[in-house]
Design a protein. Structure first.
Length: 430
């Protein structure tokens, strides 16, 4: 395969529709895999979760319900007849599913432990029913089933001796410089990128729904009111902020609408698409230009993730999706590859201090900050303004800067999540 073909294949693999926050969905999906092996009256449902899965699942709304949390996500995964075994598993919940799941929790049949020694993305489910026992594990990616066992029969086993060595489909990106990947991405035929155009439209729909949302923080509604009062300016930058934060607010509140994700995250998908769509519309960009910009946004997001990991102590919506968005905005502003890389440098170096303290309503504020940095980083890069080498962790190349960022995430902040868990859930031992 040529590099262009590899990039296109990666974009298709990573641009996944999801209804709801992806961490509760991964929990529900793992539970569904286990229950499917031993359908019957549930006697116990035990979970083992990585710190990152827990922190991102504990406080977000479950789509189509008024509930939040790890236990309800797992319980719901066992109640759906013929579930979709993907990130739309909770897209068609009914009252029977919800009441059955709540009964499991009320009867104290659902429990979980948090293990900070596990890989960042890990969900293990052990279930016992009247039909037997089963175990399922999803790791590395939100839909990646690595182990499935029914009673003594092992059905799937893709585990590795060292859990930190799970291969990632992003790894090949590390063998290429960013300018090479940008060139390959921009050479992809726009007709091959229809899935991104459609997905961006899906993300704009949840943004527009969020503008009048009467749940969550009501951020879109209040943002518009503040704009009408003159406290916020009525311009493109403000519209980008309003739409993106409203979309996040709707998603975190559990609005039952799908979004297009990237790198396993719906909020990453919102940052990577909504500003790009709005700027493309403002500039009357062609569908070809818009498609290429969206592909570039996703590519850069994934490139940063290849260095930092999928779930990180630092907010990926800012350092990864914000960088991708900034690069795409420079492209729409008729910028050069060098200016695109300047924008990525501006955002990735500036956003490095934003901690990820889990999925929640407050993510709307973080997405607002992320797209603000993306817009400012992009327009300043167009004027040849970028953070120079030697400033903090910024190095002589974007690849070395991202290597430094990866070290910060994996080495310098390795205790952040375990400390955070002790704050979020004091009663749980790591």
């Amino acid at each position: 395969m040529t590099l262009k073909e590899k990039v296109l294949a990666l974009l298709k693999e990573e641009a996944i529709p999801a209804t709801g926050c992806t961490e509760p969905l991964a929990i529900a999906l793992t539970a569904a895999h286990a229950y499917k092996q031993v359908p019957g009256a549930i006697r116990k449902l035990d979970l083992v979760l990585s710190s990152n899965i827990f922190k991102n699942a504990r406080a977000v709304g479950i789509p189509g319900t008024k509930h939040k949390g790890v236990k309800i996500a797992a319980a719901l995964g066992t109640t759906i007849e013929n579930p979709k075994m993907d990130l739309n598993i909770l897209s068609s919940l009914n009252e029977k599913n919800i009441s059955s799941a709540m009964k499991l929790i009320e009867d104290d049949l659902v429990s979980f432990v948090i293990d900070s020694s596990l890989p960042s993305l890990y969900v293990g489910v052990n279930i016992e029913t009247s039909a037997g026992k089963a175990e399922a594990i999803i790791a590395d990616r939100h839909t990646n089933l690595i182990f499935l066992q029914k009673d003594q029969q092992i059905i799937v086993d893709k585990r590795v001796a060292d859990p930190d060595k799970y291969s990632d489909n992003l790894d090949f990106l590390l063998s290429h410089k960013l300018d090479e990947l940008i060139e390959a991405t921009l050479s992809i035929e726009p007709s091959s990128l229809d899935f991104l155009i459609k997905g961006a439209g899906t993300n704009l729909r949840i943004a527009k729904a969020g503008l009048n949302l009467q749940e969550g923080l009501r951020m879109g509604e209040k943002w518009q009111e503040l704009t009408a009062k003159g406290f916020l300016s009525e311009d493109l930058a403000n519209k980008i902020n309003c739409y993106t934060s409203a979309a996040s607010d709707a998603r975190m509140a559990g609005l039952q609408l799908p979004v297009l994700t990237v790198a396993g995250s719906g909020n990453h998908g919102l940052v990577a698409t909504i500003p790009v769509s709005l700027v493309a519309e403002n500039m009357a960009a062609s569908e070809k230009q818009t498609a290429s910009a969206l592909a570039l946004s996703f590519l850069v997001t994934l490139y940063v993730k290849a260095y930092t990991g999928r779930l990180t102590p630092i907010c990926g919506c800012s350092i990864a999706a914000g960088s991708g968005c900034a690069g795409a905005l420079v492209y729409l502003l008729r910028g050069t590859t060098a200016e695109i890389i300047m924008a990525v440098n501006n955002v990735s170096s500036t956003a490095a201090g934003m901690i990820c303290d889990g999925g929640k309503a407050g993510c709307a504020f973080k997405l607002s900050a992320s797209v603000t940095m993306a817009w400012q980083g992009a327009v300043l890069a167009k004027e040849a303004v970028t953070v120079p080498a030697g400033n903090g962790m910024v190095a002589g190349s974007i690849e070395q800067t991202l290597t430094n960022l990866g070290r910060l995430c994996k080495e310098g902040m390795q205790n952040v999540d375990s400390t955070l868990i002790s704050v979020l859930s004091p009663g749980h031992k790591n």
